[in-house]
Design a protein around this ligand. Structure first.
Ligand code: CU
Length: 147
């Protein structure tokens, strides 16, 4: 069962990242998604998990996308009992570990879509790391959760 799900995960990743040029060979990304902006909104969030297969801690320092005017690295923090989003300079990826960007925590904040964004399409993401390496990904567009 486990072998089967790993196999399925592997093929899903291959499908999601067909042309991924990955000079950052020791970093691997999965579960790469961007939410379709809510109607009338020009900002949305993106999530992914980064695995560090090296023995050195690494940092994600910047993300760009041709599909958005600007992408920021954000986290959530509690300020006076309220959840607030704040921009961060970098996201740590521990040595031989991983970091997950997910709702309520670290995330990508994507501003001003440059094209129409529809569910099941994908948008490119270009990730830059602190050691000068970089990674090109395709993020799957998903609908935001209903409230
Ligand atoms: Cu944010």
């Amino acid at each position: 069962m486990k072998a089967l799900s790993l196999l399925l995960l592997g093929s899903a990743l291959f499908f999601l990242q067909p042309a991924a040029a990955v000079p950052a060979a020791t970093i691997e990304a999965d579960e790469v998604i961007v939410r379709v902006p809510m109607p009338g909104r020009t900002v949305t969030a993106g999530y992914l998990t980064l695995h560090n297969h090296s023995e050195q801690a690494r940092q994600l320092i910047a993300v760009q996308s041709d599909a958005f005017a600007r992408v920021e690295l954000h986290t959530h923090t509690h300020v006076d009992g309220m959840m607030r989003m704040v921009q961060v300079d970098a996201i740590d990826i521990p040595a031989a570990g991983k970091v997950s960007l997910q709702p309520g925590g670290l995330h990508l904040m994507l501003f001003e879509p440059q094209q129409a964004l529809e569910e099941h399409q994908s948008v490119p993401l270009h990730l830059q790391f602190d050691d000068g390496s970089h990674m090109q990904l395709d993020a799957r567009l998903v609908m935001p959760p209903r409230r």
